[in-house]
Write a protein that binds this ligand. Structure first.
Ligand SMILES: Cc1cc2nc3c(=O)[nH]c(=O)nc-3n(C[C@H](O)[C@H](O)[C@H](O)COP(=O)(O)OP(=O)(O)OC[C@H]3O[C@@H](n4cnc5c(N)ncnc54)[C@H](O)[C@@H]3O)c2cc1C
Length: 337
């Protein structure tokens, strides 16, 4: 029996990542128990009650509204013990990632994170994940039970849940737990305005900026202010996620007045991140291997570069436009207005 552990969002729903992880668990084909924690997880549980789960176990209470190690770990352990599952799957949210190793230790099991694939081989689960900066993929299994696995996003489609909507709803059972005391108290949130938030993992498009935006252009002038306007306008209009090359973010780190909204968090590549978006558009970037290795999971890749001999032209992009990105993005923004 497999257990999938979820947490309800503050509005009582389940996140996309939670639903994908549930779908991945269902697709394994073994009987499934769903565990949900939250202040009031009933509506979240009802929303997936027809997914074909054998049991739905919940732990509710104001203590579980916010992420805190003590309460989340205790709730996860209580549901795992109540379910008696050997394979325990969680979505790789910051909330579960934080408590997973501790819960595995309390249960005498093992935990693996960043899982990007899960299949059953001869009735036994086999997981896969990437190592060495996403250069090597390993498929592996473990004999230790329980085995706890944190699934990354984008590895399953939520279709598996909706195709089961004609199932009879599974009754929702509450697991009793006296919440442990926690020293963590959430007193509020501070978050940047959504327009300042340029890293958007759920965006369809990854828009990448390269050092070319800050280089002297054909007329001999550096046009950083114009670059900033073009890039920010495109982000606002397309709601895409902003990535960058190392060269460009390094310039910012040296205190040079470049594009102030870029940081190392935006860097894509071998020493940066490897995001998952269905499409990618690179601008003013040379497309060198240490950068393009970070595009490994991008579905359709397009690039705009002045250099017909750049890395993108050598098989890194599906479509390469040999063009001035300033002119192209100006036109694109006009069309999108
Ligand atoms: C160990 C190691 C790790 C590294 N890790 C990373 C990493 O994680 N991520 C990463 O990005 N890099 C990484 N690098 C650096 C990487 O090799 C490249 O140096 C870097 O990606 C180059 O950045 P760039 O393409 O923005 O700049 P450049 O190489 O300077 O290219 C700028 C491009 O912009 C084009 N251009 C200029 N003006 C325009 C215009 N108007 N319109 C269209 N195109 C224009 C130019 O033709 C040129 O091709 C690493 C390097 C090493 C050695």
């Amino acid at each position: 029996m497999h257990l999938i552990l979820l947490h309800a969002e503050s509005d009582g729903t389940l996140s996309k990542l939670s639903l994908e992880s549930l779908a991945a668990t269902i697709e394994l084909g073994a009987p499934v128990t769903v565990g949900i924690i939250g202040e009031n997880p009933t509506s979240a549980a009802e929303s997936i009650a027809t997914c074909g789960a054998e049991k739905i176990l919940t732990i509710s209470g104001p203590e579980y509204a916010q992420a805190a190690y003590a309460t989340d770990a205790a709730a996860a352990e209580a549901i795992c013990r109540a379910a008696g599952a050997e394979i325990i799957i969680v979505p790789a949210t910051s909330r579960w990632n934080r408590v997973l190793p501790g819960v595995a230790h309390c249960l005498g099991g093992k935990a693996d994170t960043h899982i990007t694939g899960l299949t059953l081989i001869d009735g036994k689960p086999q997981a896969s994940r990437w190592f060495y900066r996403q250069r090597m993929e390993a498929a592996f299994t473990r004999s230790t039970r329980p085995w706890l696995l944190a699934l990354e996003g984008g590895i399953a489609s939520v279709e598996a849940i909706s195709t089961r909507q004609n199932q009879a709803p599974t009754p929702i059972e509450s697991v009793p737990l006296t919440a442990p005391s926690s020293r963590t108290k959430v007193i509020g949130f501070e978050a940047p305005a959504s327009d300042q938030q340029t890293i958007r993992p759920d965006a369809e498009l990854l828009f990448v900026t390269g050092a070319g935006w800050t280089k002297k252009q054909a007329d001999g002038a550096v046009k950083t202010a114009e670059a900033e306007t073009l890039i920010l306008d495109f982000l606002r209009l397309s709601r895409s996620s902003l990535g960058s090359t190392k060269s460009l973010v390094d310039l910012g780190g040296e205190g040079v007045a470049v594009l102030p909204f870029l940081s190392h968090m935006n860097q894509i590549g071998q020493t940066g991140s490897t995001p998952r978006h269905s499409k990618g558009l690179s601008t003013c970037c040379h497309g060198e291997e240490p950068h393009t290795v970070g595009w490994r999971f991008i579905g359709e890749r397009r690039a705009i570069s002045l250099d017909a001999n750049c890395g993108w032209a050598r098989g890194k992009a599906d479509i390469l436009y040999i063009a001035d990105a300033f002119a192209v993005m100006k036109k694109v923004n006009q069309l999108m207005q």
